[in-house]
Design a protein around this ligand. Sequence first.
Ligand code: PHE
Length: 505
Amino acid sequence: DLISHLLQTLDLNGSIDDTQTLRLPGQTDQPLDQTTIRGALSSLQSRLMVDFAPLEREVLQLTPEGQAMADTGSHEAKVFHAVPAGPEGILVKDLQAQLGASAKIGQGKALAQKWLKFADGRLTRLVDTIVDQTQADLRTIQRTGTLAQPAAVKDLLKRKLCTKHKTVSYRVAKGPQFALSVTKQATDITAELLASGEWKNQSFKSYNFNAVGIQPPSGHLHPLMKVREEFRSIFFEMGFTEMPTNKFVESSFWNFDALFQPQQHPARDLQDTFFLKDPVSSADLPSDLVAKVGQVHAEGNYGSIGYRYPWARAEAEKLLLRTHTTAVSSYMLHLLAQQKPFRPAKYFSIDRVFRNETLDATHLAEFHQVEGVIADRNVTLGDLIGFMDVFFRKMGITNLRYKPAYNPYTEPSLEIFSYHEGFKKWVEIGNSGMFRPEMCRPLGLDPDVRVIAWGLSLERPTMIKYGVDNIRELMGHKVDLGMIQNNPICRLDKKMGKEVMEETR
Ligand code: PHE
């Protein structure tokens, strides 16, 4: 094998000047792969059996065109030979008909070399014989990989008749522990080696501090979870507390009624919401709050005339898969309102929500929402806009606009738009608003406590960041586990922001 051949050659010749000339016995016409040789030499070097140094050089290699010229001559030589001796010469158009494309290039060069003369549409010979130096140079390159005249090399490179490549081979000498065969080295000193005293004779494998090491068996974070981690750290550095979103099943009460969403609202249809079959409902609702919420729907209160329909507790008790994390926000605000005296609060959550959607490349029946809530006395719409500017700037998104929108639970409501540099238009990146008194007052918040809130999807920035254009490659049974294993960590830096604006649809 290669290792013993290397050792025998060294034993025989004392050194190897260049491994490029090395051949395995019986394979004299087959050059060896230098990368394989390097591997063998490295392993021998780690045992101090050899020393080696790289020999780097540049070689020239003929392109297919250069190859053809080395075989049949340069364009200029072909042109010269196509011109008959004597004063008649040849008409340029006849020459072109005869030689085709090579006539034009060759003609110019043959004139420049003063081999030919041009007059009255005719080429005639100025000399009887020529030396085709281009062909000779190309043949030299073909044979030796080099050419001694730098100017000629430059010209041939420019004419794309040859290209330059780097090769590396090795010069090898015997090392201090040179031997003809490789003895097995121990990797560890063992109790047996110590007890027997054998450690004195044992050869030990040296440490390879450059080894890459093996990948420890470990889990991998899904891209969505990586982007979630980035959002979480933005919220934490802005002083937010994470809401407990570990319940996917909610009552209609927290998901809709407490949010002043009327019971006839289309979002509460089977077509839009997944209701539970078993159990269908839960009576576990805070009674005094249920009464207040029912009243604000049916009759109005707190300065509102309400929706004026017969509100039904049974409808509010129906269990569902939460359609938005605002279900958790309403519950958390209820807990907050119970703490007296009131203290301002900043809450966020990032978790899964469920909607009975028609599935396509950008919609799944479940996705993740990034939700934020700020409650304080006399917070204004200006605070909401100011906060959004800071929040999105932390993701590198700076160019925001707000458009009036409608949610049953916010007034005013604002859709947040960002300018998309790639599409040259404004794209929606989130929904927000100030929670209505019809929502906040029944929960028990003081009249002057205002709540600003917003929601975004986690999938959109993740798909942009990881270049996924079909959501089914990100979630569900078609997900490629290799994608999860190999994707890099996510950082919502300035570049991310630019990407969002360039690629958000
Ligand atoms: N719940 C809204 C949605 O699902 C987002 C939102 C949250 C809007 C809070 C306003 C205030 O789209």
